[in-house]
Structures are given as structure tokens and as C-alpha cells.
Design a protein around this ligand. Sequence first.
Ligand code: SAH
Length: 413
Amino acid sequence: MAEKKVTANKSTNKRAPGKKPAPKKQQLTRSVSRCPVFKKCGACQMIDTPYETQLRKKHKKVADLLEPYCKVEAFIGMEKPEHYRCKVHAVFTHDRKGNPLSGIYREGTHEVVPVESCLLEDQKADAIIATIRGLLKSFKIKTFDEDNGYGLLRHVLIRIGKNTGEIMVVLVTVSPIFPSKNNFVKALRKEHPEITTIVLNVNDKQTSMILGDKEKPMYGPGFIYDICCGMKFKISPKSFYQVNPVQTEILYRTAIDMADLKGDEIALDCYSGVGTIGIIASPHVKEVISVELNKDAVKDAILNARINEIDNITFYQNDATIFMQQMAESGDRVDLVFMDPPRSGSTPEFIEAVETLSPKKVVYISCSPDSLAVDLKIFEKKGYKARRAVPVDMFPFTRGIETVVLLTKKDEN
Ligand code: SAH
């Protein structure tokens, strides 16, 4: 209250007719962002918006899109929404004098914007990147120059298993020969003994991809584990794994709670990635069938099921639509479909195949409310009604919206 009295300064309200009001102090300070590279980076569209307002705005967006189909429940936000990213990438370069720099590409360019610390990224990851930058000179390691092709180090990727404490550092270089490799590893681990593995990844191509095909561990096993909803998952440098571990647990638990499982169901997990949702759901159902297009992801999924000693799950590498069509043709049935498609959403053919397979319920996990709304419209035409929609904030400070939706057959209320 005291603050309000100060800002309502009467003298500034009295003005001579025709004179413009003096700009308020508040307005002047507002243009300074809490992130020094906000304008150049472009990743956090809501960096200066209070968290509650972010959630309100995102809720409005998802509600506007989904309202024709279903009421949208409260947004599940984070208690501490900063530094949630457990996968951190830094591109390495140098200034004109040859001093190493690391940061991000300026939006839509290959110009590097130096970054010391980021509000989204795990702070330990940022500290490791700073240490690597500091070690380069004494080890005479040059950063790669995209213009003339000289230099060695291109990128550093850090992946953190938040629930295991394991940390992987991936050094992406243009050549497999890393000078004084063992001493470099020693020096890095001396500063950060919490690092559990260091991988050398070779990317000698002119490409916008960060990681190349060849890699070998410089220290440790070359991968880390993380635990999500009580299950252990292997994370390799290239594995797809959600970047916000706190909210991922909430997301998957929300999806499984919504399914209201009794234990006797056959569940189909479509777009299953490294098997996360199916593996987490497996103790709650009779059987899980998972289908995923990417061969490497399926290999990881099989391994993840083995690590967790799960024997009621089977993985198939196939297009999810074709797979469901084949299931329907052979007379197989499922009680429930989990689906977690890419940002572009599903397809009318996929939804038609769901209709043919005729599960009682569909739990749709979506990272794009726009494509979700398109799909819900098709689902409605095919006899599936959205009953619940719960948005989970996986990406604070950005526009990203993740939503879990429960659909059931229209005639089964
Ligand atoms: N459910 C997983 C992964 C979701 S990402 C998780 O939560 O971690 C979406 C996945 O869909 C990717 O792994 C991608 O390879 C897969 N995918 C894309 N198109 C597909 C298709 N037509 N059929 C099956 N899987 C597909």
C-alpha cells in the first residue's frame, strides 16, 4: 500500500493544458530486460512477464483453441520456474583476437551471441560450459571458425539426469584427435567432479545439425541415466528426452491418471520415442504395445524396458497409422491409446485408424494447441469427444504449451 501512495504523486498529475504528461518512471525501467541477450536470442518470448501472467496468457490461448471441444482446466505451473532446462547447448567460436566465446546463434543466423548464463538453463550446465571456455587457451585448443574451416571445438552439449545427479558433457569437434585428451578430462573433472561421462562427438560436416555420426567416450560410459516416475531411462547424446524433468513427471502422471486404469487393459502407446509413457504406464495395465518410427529410439526403448525389468511391453518400429490399420485387420483390439505426436500433430489417417481400432479411450499428449485443436475436430467427427484438457507448463518463459486431453467414445459417457 505504501508503494502505491508514492507512485500516485499528485504533482505529476497536475499539468498545464496542452502539455504532454511526463513519462512515468516505471515505464522507463520496463524496457530493460532481465536477460541481456533477450532481443538477440529470441527463445524466451515471455522473459519479462511475471510467471502468473505467463500462465494466464497461455491458458487463454489454449482455452480459445479448445473451448469448442472441451473446457480447459487450470494450468499446472512450476513452483520455481527458472533454470529448468537439463539439456543445454552452447556453440563455440572466438572474437577477433582469438579469445574463445560461447553462446547461442542469433535467431535465424549463424552469428554467435555470447551467453554467460541463461535463466532457463540448469546453472551447473552453464558453469561447466564456462569452465570449458576457460580451459581452452591453456590447452591450446582453438574454437572452430565456420568461415575458414580452421579450429577444433564447435559445440558443447550438456545433459543432466536431474533425479540421478549424473552429468554428460559432449564435446563436438571437427576432428577425432583431441590434444592432451586425458589431461583435459582431468582438468575439467577437477573443477566439476560431478561429471559422470564425457563424450567426443565428431561433426566435420557443414550442417546446422549439432551432433555428427561418430562418437566415443573420453571418460565414463558415454551415456547417463535419469529416473522419471520411478523408472530408469538411458540418455545418450542423441536420445530424445524431455528437457524439463520436474514437469515431465507431472505430465506423464497426469496422462496416466486421466486414463483411469484398472489393471486389465491393453494399452497402445503411439509415437512412443524411447518408450517413456508406455514403460511408466506398464505397471498399471495388463499389456502395453508401443509403436515408434525411429529405429534408434526403438532400440533405446527396448533397453529401457529391460533396465526396468518390464515384461508386459512390446515395441514395434513402424508408422503408427499403418501399424493400427494392420492391428485392426488382424482383429486385434486395444482398450486405450496414448498418443504423443510431434508438433505438427497427428493426421486424419491416424485418427481414422484409431476409429477403426475402436479403443474406449484416447489420451492425447500435445505440444501444440494449434494442431491439437485441428485433431480434436477430426476426432469429434469420428465419434470421440474430448472430456478433459489439462495444460502443463513444460516451457516457462516461452510460448510453448503442452496439454493432456482425455477423449472417450461419444456414446459412452
Ligand atoms: N512419447 C515420447 C516421444 C514423443 S516425440 C516421449 O514422451 O518421450 C514424438 C515421437 O513420434 C518421435 O520419437 C518421432 O520419431 C515419432 N514419430 C513421428 N512420426 C511418427 C509416425 N508416423 N509413426 C510413429 N512414430 C512417429
